[in-house]
Write a protein that binds this ligand. Structure first.
Ligand code: WTA
Length: 664
């Protein structure tokens, strides 16, 4: 790790310090500051979760907090009715907050847009009317393939208003990835845009979207296209079933759409994520449980108050953006900042300039970004007044203590607590983290499970491991934000997430626990340190990618016979993609082939999955039963000493691969 701050004594003090207390000033104003909350939630479980539901307005009250009669298909707040867009908009407008800013958007070029709750409500209503007019009915899945422009949250809330679940596909994903997700979700509607800016240049997005649409098997009823680029556009003509966003809003100017009453358990959205197999998983989140949980964690962990300016520098194309740019903050009626661009354009001060400009109170980002800031040096944040900050957060991957301390010191001026929040697409919201107004922080360790969350670290037999020993993370009780199933695939939902850990090795689902596929260890204070994925998922810059997805993309390239992909350690990205490729007989193993492989991965998934290194090999190390020994490939990628190779069928190949790796 690059050491870019030479703070002498102070630095030594920080380096040694293992535990940090939140300041009295922070605790005094915190939304949650009484340590008794842990006991209270435990004693009154599941009734404790009424506190989360109480942050929302319900059209009709629920009958039961938790229905656990059919595990693992748990249901929350059953019988309750509500609408997510009503909760994120109308009620704030009605309660005297109509002129409060809901979204502060900053474009890459410094162009800005400000939406008050009133403005946002108007556009959401108009777009909801437009969607209805295009034929979108309740429960139709609408795919949103959009970058960080305000029309994305507007479209999400418009869908929520009419009870049409959205499925947001990250704009950096390829055409093929879009088509796969639309096919899987039977989605006949798309909202997209002509393009957007990246590092100063306009990027053609509609071309990719169109190619994706061509790959949709069931036909597409309508697409809506936002004109983001104006004169910088690529001159695409809209197709017959494609409509211009602005034109639609003009047609529906002033229209109001009553929010549809949704059942608490009705789907709010689908979010595709990577797993062990090549097929992405459609994670289903519901209206009542998810929204309550997003609002509750935003309140308790992010400490959001209405009066705050809050900024989560993630992309709405991932779950973090759903829960903590859109639903959580807007449900609480605060001001949420949205930034279109990257942290280093036009310069490396960009984020700090925005913190100063908007007097941001709370800032939430990923360790990969923090490691990049660290590498760039302290001169960039030092140029700006960051004193408005009250709380910092991180999410997406383990944060090393050094990066944590750098963030704490150079961004938070040793005054802001840092919450290291562990959670997943599937959990809907944060699960393991300190409560900033309650617990001490230990850099590198996320913290204890949140009140009401029952997480443990167990061995392969399901027994809790001793403090300090590595094991598997499990969640032993349901929680409101949990995924309900994988879209139209209950069987895979059970297979992927539920384990029969109990003394009896029971096949009674009542005994099953949720298995997040993360390794972890726990200390004597019950603080959990996440060690990383234990399945074939790698985490590149906080982006979750399945090695199988990348492998199948590589095998799809002409001339490739077989491929294995592993995650190797990377200074900034956390992990990077390392590909080991066997070519077909007669295929040249040259740079041209390497380029085609990289291109194949970009076409199938997107540039985020681009291999850092492609290594050709005549064979892959395999066990006698024919399983690829990924551990060895990882050790080679990391330049580590190799572990045991005696169980291999072809031990000699390991040396050969290593020699090639050393030569590159
Ligand atoms: C990892 C992102 C360590 C973990 C919200 C998890 C973390 C996966 C942390 C989920 C953290 C997330 N410390 N690891 N604070 N937060 N992870 O679905 O491996 O994109 O399983 O959700 O990211 O990634 P996903």
């Amino acid at each position: 790790m690059v050491d870019s701050d030479g703070d002498g004594e102070l630095e030594a003090r920080l380096v040694e310090q293992e535990e940090f207390e939140p300041s009295r000033e922070f605790v005094e104003q915190a939304n949650v500051s009484d340590p008794k909350i842990y006991d209270e939630f435990e004693k009154n479980w599941p009734g404790c979760w009424e506190q989360a539901a109480a942050l929302l307005d319900w059209d009709s009250p629920y009958d039961e907090v938790l229905d656990d009669s059919n595990p693992p298909f748990y249901e929350w707040f059953t019988g309750g009715k509500l609408n997510a867009s009503y909760n994120c908009l109308d009620r704030h407008v009605e309660n005297g907050d109509k002129n409060r800013v809901a979204i502060k958007w900053e474009g890459e070029h410094g162009d800005t847009r400000t939406y008050t709750y009133q403005d946002l409500s108007r556009e959401v209503n108009e777009f909801a009317a437009a969607l209805r007019d295009l034929g979108v009915e309740e429960d139709d899945v609408v795919t949103l393939y959009m970058p960080m422009i305000p029309e994305l949250p507007i479209a999400m809330l418009a869908c929520a208003r009419i009870g049409a679940p959205h499925s947001v596909v990250f704009a950096g994903f390829s055409a093929e990835a879009l088509a796969t997700r639309m096919n899987s979700a039977d989605s006949r509607f798309l909202v997209t845009c002509d393009g957007y800016y990246r590092r100063g240049d306009p990027l053609d997005h509609l071309d990719k979207a169109n190619e994706g649409l061509d790959g949709v098997d069931h036909g597409v009823d309508a697409a809506v296209v936002v004109d983001r680029l104006g004169d910088d556009g690529f001159g695409h003509d809209l197709r017959g079933n494609q409509h211009d966003w602005d034109g639609l809003l003009d047609e529906h100017s002033g229209d109001r759409v009553d929010p549809v009453q949704r059942d608490a358990e009705d789907m709010l959205f689908l979010m595709y994520t990577s797993g062990t197999t090549g097929q992405p998983k459609g994670v289903k989140h519901t209206t009542g449980g998810y929204l309550s949980y997003a609002a509750w964690t935003s309140h308790a962990v992010l400490d959001i108050e209405k009066e705050d300016t809050y900024w989560c520098a993630a992309d709405i194309g991932w779950i973090t953006g759903h829960s903590y740019i859109v639903y959580g903050p807007l449900a609480l009626g605060t001001t949420t900042v949205m930034y279109e661009g990257t942290p280093d354009y036009p310069n490396r001060s960009r984020l700090w300039e925005l913190v100063e400009k908007y007097a941001v109170d709370i800032f939430y980002t990923a360790p990969t970004a923090i490691r990049a800031f660290m590498k760039w040096g302290t001169q960039f944040p030092e140029r700006h007044d960051l004193s408005s900050l009250r709380l910092l957060g991180t999410v997406g991957e383990p944060i090393n203590p050094r990066a944590w301390k750098w963030y704490y010191k150079h961004i938070g001026d040793e005054e802001c607590p840092v919450v290291d929040t562990w959670w997943q697409t599937e959990t809907g919201g944060m699960m393991i983290t300190t409560l900033p107004g309650v617990g001490n922080m230990k850099p590198g360790s996320a913290g204890p499970p949140l009140p009401g969350v029952d997480a443990k670290v167990v061995d392969t037999g399901g027994e809790e491991v001793e403090a300090g020993r590595a094991g598997y993370l499990t969640v032993n009780k349901p929680w409101p934000g949990m995924l309900r199933t994988l879209y139209k695939n209950d069987e895979r939902f059970i297979d992927e997430y539920w384990r029969e850990y109990s003394d009896t090795d029971s096949d009674d689902p009542d005994d099953w626990v949720y298995f997040p596929e993360d390794g972890a260890k726990i200390d004597d204070d019950g603080y959990i340190t996440i060690l990383g994925r234990v399945d074939d998922v790698i985490n590149v810059s906080g982006h979750r990618l399945g090695t199988m997805e990348i492998e199948s993309a590589i095998v799809g390239v002409e001339g490739v016979a077989e491929a294995a992909v592993v995650g190797g350690k990377h200074d900034v990205k956390g992990e990077a993609v390392y590909a080991y490729v066997i070519t077909e007989e007669g295929q040249a193993e040259d740079d041209e082939m390497r380029d085609r492989i990289v291109q194949g991965v970009e076409d199938a998934i997107g540039p985020i999955a681009r291999p850092e290194q492609v290594l050709f090999t005549p064979e892959l190390p395999k066990t006698r039963s024919g399983k690829i020994m990924r551990r060895l490939l990882e050790e080679i990628a990391n330049g580590e000493e190799l572990g045991d190779t005696t169980t291999l069928r072809n031990p000699e190949i390991v040396e050969e691969i290593q020699r090639k790796a050393d030569a590159r």
